[in-house]
Design a protein around this ligand. Sequence first.
Ligand code: PHE
Length: 458
Amino acid sequence: MSSESTGLSSQRENWGSRFGFIMAAAGSAIGLGNIWRFPYLVGKHGGAAFVLVYLILIAVVGSTVMMAEFAIGRASRKSTVGAFWVLSDTHSWTLVGWIATAAGGFIILSYYAVIGGWTIKYIIGSLTDLMPMAAEGKSGEVFSAFVSNSQEVVLYQVIFMALTMFIVSGGVGKGIERACKVMMPLLFLILIVLIVRSVTLTGAEKGLEYYLKPDFSKLSGESVLDALGQGFFSLSLGMSIMITYGSYISKEENLANCAGWIITADTLIALLAGLAIFPAAFAMGVEPGSGAGLTFITLPGVFAKMPFGNVFSALFFVLLFFAAITSSMSLFEVSVSHCIDDLKWTRKKSILIMGFLITLLGIPSALSLATTPEGNPAIAIAGKSFLDAMDIISNNVMMPLSAIFTCIFAGWAWYDSARKELTNQDTITFKLLPAWTVCVRFVAPVAIAVIFYMGLKW
Ligand code: PHE
């Protein structure tokens, strides 16, 4: 029986296998961001030139923070709030744990589940009435009609949350790990099918050229900032996730090595997503954007022009669903493990109460995208839809704050123990330790502070 269900953290559950853990953490990292934002950024900022900048930044900053989070999680064997509490002398660091937990386990999940619900609606839609409408150029109307239908959006949000709750109720090994071990390889397979379809369309080369041809003249300061912000979001950093997942890693595992695998998988899938999207879009004469517009409006239009477009469209939304749900499991595990560890609730009680509260918080996001007669979002904060406002608060404010302080904690306040944790108590060598030390102390906090400052414009 899982120790989580009894709330005894002394017998904390571990991941079943290294492969399982890497699939689960990669499942968290690989999400909507990989599919609807990364390819767009690559196209916008000069193709391969941007990829190079992105790779350097995640290798230097992203991997540093990921290792710090794994070390904090594994050393404490607690979820984030408890981790900072037990590892710090003054306990004031616990505030960092609260910020990260509220951002990841609560706010992001509330609206992420709304979008997850849309993917379910679009899987069904692809096989029913979406394609005929999209073929007439009406995919925009289909999308606005859907997000304005309050009962339907909430229904799909609730279904998506219920599925997340169901999987997480199996615990870390039998729930999350097992689901990710099935869904992540399937996601990869679907992506390959979509790429083969996309690059074999007539005119696909134009998309490939736009996507990948290096153009260093398009690189700017903004490219660097975009790369860094995307890297953090994409690797699920600063949201308490990698600390929580780290708390289930066995003491023998090599943390640096695991981080390397997860980052490689995340980047590979992001790059491949562009190979599925750009050649198809250019072959069909559409210049793609990013975000919800690309996925729910532009791409259905692209699929509608292909033979068997309904099948490819359905496959694409299944892919998006897998990407979204494996990320939402990680977000939900953050709040569930917090309740188990710190409030001593059972897993079942934690899931029911937190699931209910998070769904409730998601409802204004779900309803916010309908438009008023004046063309404004139905529920808005300072002119942004409630969903966008939640996204900005969590990603542009809370995430960088928690990430900066996590680096300061691991690099200064708790450095000796962090070093020991990364070398498994000096039993394995971590050759890059000196480089990691410089990054965690100076490079990463400064880099994150810059994104933080730039992201503060509302
Ligand atoms: N990493 C996920 C993505 O790329 C999003 C995410 C962010 C998931 C933070 C969990 C936490 O879409």
